[in-house]
Design a protein around this ligand. Structure first.
Ligand code: LLP
Length: 442
């Protein structure tokens, strides 16, 4: 990508050169001016499945997963545990399970999805700040690989449940290392102000306490400092803090089997330049290799966005155009109900025409949905040539897109399609009106 892919004029209008943007996204290309996703024409997908429509590229999912496996291959014992919250469609999970991925879950719903999709229970790490007794029992019953424990009281709860079931629960303590991930405050998780993890200051005493609980099997240490990180420095700072703890625990006779270093590596939505997985690995490997040599410590990673975001697009059709003296609004058939990231985090995601047409006059548009909220926008001040009926694609929508969708304004959730080397199949039907009131009564 060159500088000119994205530019902003003095009036704040965002110009995105769609052809150049797409050049940097392996899942996408323009063929004769029409957007294709892994060789499949976006307009043919609209024709067959309707819009709004999530479309995922199987090849890109696999390539993104493989990049992790290859980048960390210098280590003997690496588990890439895909963070299910990013995109939990069964076809996505099954694709990754078949490739050998483990999974990071935060609920019993996610556990059930992974098992349904053919994932191995013992490849699952269970994070999350609020696990109930019932959650813990179900996870133990399934035989998950490790609980990432987020509070002192959770140690007691897991110990109690494991005792009642006559088993030992495998655990790691999720430590909040108090480093600034330099990302949006809503997706930063590793600072003192965040609710996540056990404070770094009391980490050693928490391990000493865990050691006294007979139904816990202490196997690891965990941290996750935030999401959409673009630099390596916060990761390196967090790793240094974890290494200090691992050394101190070893001095005290607490031997661990793995370090879980979480997820969080960012992606390029428009013009960000996040470090690549390879660069991320290069920065961490010397320290990880030394941990391996010293303690035979394995590595778990929990990437979500980095695997799924750029494997997906959201296709949406233009319903109405409303130019005003002050602003031009393009109303599309996707909204904050289908894709909430712009409304919730003011995240800027690229919106591109699926048909390139130099003859059409471009103007500045706010791309908005039909939901009754002023925060319902997909993109503001976009330089686009638009007519009613035109098909647009929001790129980078494969992660935290469908999984964060809702039925707000009683909108049935969209269909999801998986594209695989020029073929396509539906992997989630569009919801029907009946789906909207399932379980309700008059
Ligand atoms: N592990 C844990 C414990 C997490 O909490 C998360 C994300 C991940 C792994 C995966 O992080 P990733 O590799 O995807 O950055 N909805 C927000 C992102 C929330 C992330 C929450 N935790 C967004 O759309 O930007």
């Amino acid at each position: 990508m060159t500088f000119s892919t994205v530019s902003q004029t003095t009036d704040g209008t965002l110009h995105i050169n769609a052809a150049q943007l797409v050049d940097a996204l392996p899942a996408l290309d323009y063929q004769d001016g029409i957007l294709h996703i892994d060789g499949v024409n976006a307009h043919a997908l609209k024709e067959q499945y309707g819009t709004p429509l999530y479309v995922y590229s199987k090849n890109t999912l696999l390539a993104n997963y493989t990049a992790y496996v290859e980048s960390f291959s210098a280590l003997n014992d690496v588990h890439i545990c895909y963070a299910v919250k990013a995109n939990s469609n069964l076809a996505v999970l099954s694709t990754l399970a078949k490739a050998g991925a483990g999974f990071d879950i935060v609920s019993i719903g996610e556990l059930s999805r992974v098992l349904k999709a053919g994932g191995q229970a013992d490849s699952i790490v269970y994070s999350g700040v609020g696990k109930t007794k019932s959650d813990i029992a179900q996870a133990l019953q399934a035989g998950i690989g490790c609980f990432n424990v987020e509070a002192m009281s959770e140690l007691d709860t897991i110990n109690e449940v494991a005792q009642s079931m006559g088993v030992k629960a495998p655990i790691a303590l999720r430590i909040n290392p108090d480093v600034d991930a330099k990302t949006h405050p809503y997706i930063s998780t590793g600072m003192k102000d965040n609710k996540f993890g056990i404070s770094h200051d009391i980490a050693i005493s928490a391990y000493e306490y865990a050691k006294t609980l007979p139904h816990l099997d202490i196997i690891g240490i965990d941290c996750h400092i935030g999401s959409q990180l673009t630099e390596v420095k916060p990761f390196v700072d967090a790793l240094d803090k974890m290494i200090e703890l691992i050394d101190e625990l070893a001095n005290r006779g607490i031997k661990l089997k793995h370090l879980d270093f979480g997820g969080g590596l960012g992606v390029r939505y428009i013009d960000e330049s996040p470090v690549s997985v390879h660069e991320f690995a290069e920065a961490l490997l010397p320290k990880l290799l030394s941990l391996q040599a010293k303690y035979n410590l394995g590595l778990h990673l929990e990437p979500g966005r980095n695997i799924a975001a750029n494997a997906g697009v959201l296709l949406t059709s233009t319903i109405a155009l409303k130019p005003t003296d002050h602003k031009n609004f393009a109303i599309v058939d996707a909204s904050m109900s289908e894709l909430i990231r712009p409304a919730l985090y003011e995240s800027v995601m690229a919106i591109i025409n699926t048909a390139l047409d130099d003859n059409k006059q471009a103007q500045t548009w706010d791309i908005v949905g039909a939901v009754c909220e002023s925060s319902d926008f997909l993109g503001k001040d976009r330089h686009l040539a638009l007519e009613v009926g035109d098909l647009l694609a929001v790129t980078g929508a494969g992660a935290y897109g469908f999984t964060m969708s809702s039925n707000y304004n009683s909108r049935p959730r969209p269909a999801e399609v998986m594209v695989d080397n020029g073929t396509h199949r539906i992997v989630r039907e569009r919801e029907t009106l009946e789906d909207l009131w399932r379980g309700e009564s008059i």
